[in-house]
Ligand binder design. Structure first.
Ligand SMILES: Nc1ncnc2c1ncn2[C@@H]1O[C@H](COP(=O)(O)OP(=O)(O)OP(=O)(O)O)[C@@H](O)[C@H]1O
Ligand SMILES: [Mg+2]
Length: 497
């Protein structure tokens, strides 16, 4: 059974204007294995998946499913062959219930003509699938009322309605908490036991080592190799991905920490209470907590994006009144939001347009200096190694990680002095993370203060000078770099400090 090949991808190629997204890629996928796909941002992972699910058409190559050559020319073809997918971006309709979302476009009918929906059957089947996923939730709940993690689970439930033989997951854990991630892993194991094959994309190497049976690495649209997880380690995977080993994953500079830049006192809002901390010029202040701890809410309140109930902000020791993001920017703040697609980018515009968006008034006094904007944008594209390196590329066509880099570039270009980065390296590959850290390093070297919200323990420990830990809307610990350990941080994050 182990060596049964369910899907054979043969010599697949796909060209976009100026980019060969897939170049002669061949992969065998075995029945009931978890096959991980790994590669740098823009390596071609999502493109491969989109070809398998009928969203894109291949230029060349063959797809052989259960021994037969198939043509996947539409999403319906993929569904009919039993290829299901859970995308990174959530696609649920918030006004509909869980079961309506799960069965959307595929409703069980009592009568075909005129169509009458069999609500009882829908309710019963959805309850069964939810139970199989270990979710104790009423299928009539509206999905808009669910947290992101639960919505992600409903996406999986939705894919399971069509009883797929192959389930593809594109970065499924990027917005899940640790507990939700564990639940997802259990689900993956149980699907595997049922004979379902999983193709799993993630930038988190430890996840791949834990969950996958085999891994295929892509680089610049080409296959580098396929390995058994048992025969490989993280370093070797990095080597395959980026073509060299990373000697320092967290290149922290020693920068002199100067006077206080920002302080908040007794900040309270809907989801947080009496939060106080400060950050100094030259300092990276890590803010750790489990998903839902209230970190983003505090950041948004500082930035004036959400109202607060009470609390004071001091910048360079002086009280300031920030009621809107405009006030915040005027006070030298910059905020990189968690949700890049909705809050960070104008997707239909170019890289150059987006990068310059927040700093137009700085780089152009009376007239907009187009040459200077071009130069600045190119500079950021090179510094962050945005791929492909064209400033006139439309952001919508960039890979997920490269979109994230454009948002970072946009804020770094401003002359802000205090930067709040909310999950800055989400969806960014291990190699490119180093570039993002180096951007932070150069900001603090210039005297800026950086608040880095992150759910990744290694990143928090590797890059922060001090660490604020939050639990259920409250600060439960503030630790110095030298005293911080993952045990202490974890204990504070679950409220047991
Ligand atoms: N619709 C499109 N039009 C033009 N270029 C595209 C399009 N979709 C993808 N590309 C390009 O194809 C390449 C591969 O992109 P893809 O999204 O497959 O990368 P990825 O491996 O999923 O990266 P990430 O880890 O950042 O999600 C990138 O250079 C990207 O810019
Ligand atoms: Mg992708």
């Amino acid at each position: 059974m182990q060596n049964n090949i369910i899907l054979e991808i043969k010599n697949l190629s796909k060209q976009f204007p100026g980019v060969k997204a897939l170049d002669d890629v061949s992969i065998d996928i075995r029945t009931a294995e978890v096959h991980a796909l790994l590669g740098e941002n823009g390596a071609g992972k999502s493109t491969l998946i989109k070809i398998l699910t009928g969203a894109y058409q291949k230029d060349e190559g063959e797809i052989i499913f259960n021994g037969e050559q198939v043509q996947i020319t539409s999403p319906n073809d993929a569904i009919n062959y039993g290829i299901g997918a859970v995308y990174q971006e959530l696609t649920l309709i918030p006004q509909l219930s869980i079961m309506e979302n799960m069965f959307l476009g595929n409703e069980p009918l009592l009568n075909a003509n005129p169509p009458i929906i069999n609500w009882d059957k829908m309710k019963k089947s959805s309850a069964e699938i939810l139970k199989m996923l270990g979710l104790n939730i009423n299928p009539l709940t509206k999905t808009g009322a669910l947290g992101v993690g639960m919505q992600q689970m409903v996406e999986i439930a939705k894919a399971l309605v069509r009883t797929p033989k192959i389930l593809i997951m594109d970065e499924p854990t990027s917005s899940l908490s640790a507990a939700e991630t564990e639940r997802l892993f259990d689900v993956v194991e149980s699907l595997k036991k049922k004979g379902i094959t999983i193709i799993y994309i993630s930038h988190k190497l430890e996840e791949i080592m834990l969950l996958a049976d085999r891994v295929t690495v892509l680089r610049d649209g080409k296959k580098v190799g396929t390995e058994n997880i048992a025969d490989i380690n993280e370093d070797k995977l990095i080597q395959m991905m980026v073509g060299r080993s990373l000697n320092d994953k967290y290149p922290k500079y020693q920068v002199e920490i100067k006077e206080e830049a920002l302080r908040i006192e007794n900040f309270s809002g809907n989801k947080f209470k009496d939060v106080s901390f400060d950050v100094h010029h030259g300092e990276i202040l890590g803010v750790y907590g489990l998903v839902g701890a209230g970190r983003t809410e505090v950041a948004r309140a500082i930035f004036g994006a959400d109202p607060k109930q009470k609390g004071e902000i001091f910048i360079d020791g002086k009280p300031v009144n920030i009621k809107s993001p405009k006030d915040a920017i005027a006070n030298g703040l910059a905020f990189l939001p968690e949700d890049r697609k909705n809050q960070g980018l104008i997707l239909k515009n170019t890289v150059e347009f987006n990068i310059n968006l927040s700093s137009l008034s700085i780089n152009s006094k009376k007239w907009i200096n187009l040459c200077k904007l071009k130069e600045k944008a190119l500079d950021m594209v090179n510094q962050l190694k945005i791929q492909p390196p064209y400033i006139n590329h439309i952001c919508l066509n960039l890979s997920g990680g490269n979109q994230q880099k454009v948002v970072i570039a946009k804020w770094v270009m401003t002359d802000a002095n205090i930067f709040i980065f909310d999950e800055p390296t989400r969806g960014i590959d291990v190699g490119s993370k180093v570039e993002v850290y180096n951007v932070m390093n150069s900001l603090v070297k210039k005297g800026a203060a950086v608040i880095m919200i992150s759910s990744e323990m290694e990143e928090i420990l590797g890059m922060s000078d001090r660490i604020v830990v939050m639990h259920e809307g409250k600060v439960t610990a503030i630790l110095n770099r030298r005293d911080a350990t993952s045990e202490k941080i974890c204990a504070a994050a679950i409220g047991r400090a």
